[in-house]
Design a protein around this ligand. Structure first.
Ligand code: IPM
Ligand code: MG
Length: 363
């Protein structure tokens, strides 16, 4: 079959890791007889450099016209990059937020699981993880809350004051809750809804709506957890979690924390979906400007994001299995980028890992 895939290489290590994911996608296309055509889309710093803005209307339209979009990472070092001298609405991150909103990508799925082969890289003690292992997914609301509220900075009574607002309505909560429960039905049937209902009105509404949605899923166990407690529980007893359902900012923070339990944020893929088959797929990690251009970045999260894209947006399950299997095999055979290598273990560069996995996919 023919598919049109949008490709956002992005900033920092983005172009390096996306290059490897495209290599692996091409290997899958070759093996299974598909044709992937790629539409290059600029977002973030690379768009600022060319167009002066982090995303153009043309880029949004181009993304919309694709079957799905694969992205690397955007942004630079805030202390040194000229992009951060611009006003906040013109910086790289604003482009990504605008794209998420314009494409209505309200559901952000961030799986986190511990590969057997990477147990040594996990900073949590083996006895804390327990025999069940660690395999969870964070379902993060992505187009509402604090990141999309009105904001302004100004003087109030002669004192510089900044205001950010956090708003959720019941429809926004309901649609993300439905996603989380649907996903839980295909997993271990447990949803932990995370909020700050002891303080925030938006969290109290969140709880009410989530409880209402839960009624349609009698097989799923629902528990509520306060976000500060959840941050603690993630390192204290991580295996208790199956699906974490949460709002935008809490999900941003908790997903970085959860990812570290897997040994490296360099392993984790993510999908941002709307209510159609369309999705934007990107690694959970950032653009790591400190290691950009060195050829040592871990491309696995992006390669696994490409596999997720095949599964969720293009309905190519066999092809996704082939990529995920190839990643597992590469780990089993001891291939490691520096971020996931144990002491004294041999390491491979970004392109070497991509070549190995593409080779395994070809069979
Ligand atoms: C993420 C990132 C973004 C977010 C930034 C770059 C705006 O941290 O995808 O987690 O906060 O959503
Ligand atoms: Mg983040």
């Amino acid at each position: 079959m023919d598919f049109k895939i949008g490709v956002i290489r992005g900033d920092g290590i983005g172009p390096e890791i996306v290059g490897e994911a495209v290599k692996v996608l091409d290997a899958a296309a070759e093996r299974f007889g598909h044709k992937f055509s790629y539409d290059e889309i600029l977002l973030g710093g690379s768009s600022i450099d060319v167009h002066g803005v982090p995303v153009t209307d043309e880029a949004l339209a181009a993304a919309k016209a694709c079957d799905a979009v694969l992205m690397g990472s955007i942004g630079g070092d805030a202390a040194t990059s000229p992009w951060y001298k611009l006003e906040p609405s013109k910086r790289p991150e604003a482009g990504l937020l605008k794209m998420r909103k314009a494409l209505n990508l309200f559901a952000n799925l961030r799986p986190a699981y511990l590969y057997n082969e990477l147990k040594a890289a996990c900073p949590v003690k083996e006895e804390v993880i327990g025999p069940e292992g660690f395999d969870m997914i964070i379902v993060r609301e992505l187009t509402g809350g604090l990141y999309f509220g009105e904001r302004h900075t100004g003087e109030v009574d002669g004192v510089m004051t900044a205001v950010d607002t956090l708003t959720y309505n019941e429809e926004e909560i309901r649609r993300i809750a439905l996603k989380a429960f649907d996903i839980a039905m295909k997993r271990r049937k447990k949803v932990t809804s995370v909020d700050k209902a002891n303080v925030l009105d938006s969290s109290r509404l969140w709880r009410k709506v989530v409880e209402d949605v839960a009624k349609a899923y009698p097989e799923v166990t629902l528990e509520h957890m306060l976000v500060d407690n959840c941050a603690m529980q993630l390192v204290n007893n991580p295996s208790q979690f199956d699906v974490i359902l949460t709002e935008n900012m809490f999900g941003d923070i908790l997903s970085d924390e959860a990812s570290m339990i897997t040994g490296s944020i360099g392993m984790l893929s993510s999908a941002s979906l709307n209510d159609t088959k369309f999705g934007l797929y990107e690694p959970s990690h950032g653009s790591a400007p400190d290691i950009a251009g060195k050829g040592i970045a871990n491309p696995l999260a992006t390669i696994l994001s490409a596999a997720m894209m095949l599964r969720y947006s293009l309905d190519l399950d066999r092809e996704a299995d082939a990529i995920e299997g190839a990643v597992k095999r590469a780990l089993e055979e001891g291939y490691r980028t520096v971020d996931i290598a144990g002491k004294g273990e041999k390491t491979s560069g970004t392109t070497e890992i991509g070549d190995i996995i593409a080779g395994f996919v070809r069979g």
